[in-house]
Write a protein that binds this ligand. Sequence first.
Ligand SMILES: *Cc1c(COP(=O)(O)O)cnc(C)c1O
Length: 368
Amino acid sequence: MIPVAEPLVTEHDIELVNEALATGWISSAGKFLDQFEERWAAYCGMPHGIAVSNGSVALDIAVELLGLEAGDEVIMPSFTIISPAQSVVRAGGIPVLVDSDPGNWQMDVSQIEAKLTPRTRAILVVHIYGHPADMDPVLALARKHGLKVIEDAAEVHGAKYRGRTCGGLADISTFSFYANKLVTTGEGGMVLVRTAELAERARSLRNLCFQKKQRFLHEELGYNFRLTNLQAALGVAQIERMEQIVERKRAIAALYLELLRGTEGISLPIEEPWARNVYWVFGLVLDQATGLDAAALAGRLREKGIETRPFFLGMHEQPVFGKMGLFAGENYPVAERLARQGLYVPTGLTITDQEIHQVAQAVREGIR
Ligand SMILES: *Cc1c(COP(=O)(O)O)cnc(C)c1O
């Protein structure tokens, strides 16, 4: 099987993890944690980084920093992983959805204004599959209406929007360093914020809201969302070769584009003139005219030893939210089509050019 994503662990990664082991700093303090937070925040152009145990809890903290009251609304795309929506629901807020742009698959930001109400508190942008969402109109709307903006940048490590690095564009940003992300610590995440106050609050929430003066006196309920120094060592090693990682992802995508461009019946990822796409994954969207859906193509590829993943299923189609009475009767046609017609093919950092040729040929044959 050609796996859809396999992490690349280098000698240098192993060296740094071994150093953490040898020094005994294996828990949630140590020099690699400090370096990981500082260097990732600096890479993204943000002043403060708070490392946490995964990308989903990074969103829990980011949303908690908004201080939502019950019934407050947060605008986000329907077409996303569930993490940002569940963070908002768990904080007592209501996700308010918008559809996706059919060309770049990002949140269609032109639909946001019509969704604003007196209860809107924030816009939570989820950059999808390596390409940035169109941020300037989002930031302008937020300024005009006094809203906060969160970027879920889990899928866009190193991507750029009009020359600015994703995760450095808004008030708060979050990252995942899960095994299939560009930078991976196995499991891991980070919250980036702009003010020392928010950073301190995020650090407190991460660590059970222990207090500095009297450790076991609690004014608030927190969580144990700590990352370990062992995991951070992996992160530090990878930040050092960040440009290499991005270049390889772009080269993988360029080869797929060369081999698949012009294939009838599929749409391929695009790169807007204002964007640097890091091609976290390489998606294919089947034309409905082919009579094939993504599940059918996935089956044909599996028979040829190629693993794929389906695209996200929109939040408005999730039974769990339906049972809560959310999104009743709402339709987002682009998200619905992407969910049924979209899948992504192997692009892990360990993939070879020969394997890419093999996958591209199987895709062409599979569509016929
Ligand atoms: C991977 C991902 C997450 C969740 O991260 P975990 O570390 O798996 O919890 C959140 N948002 C997006 C957009 C992701 O791709």
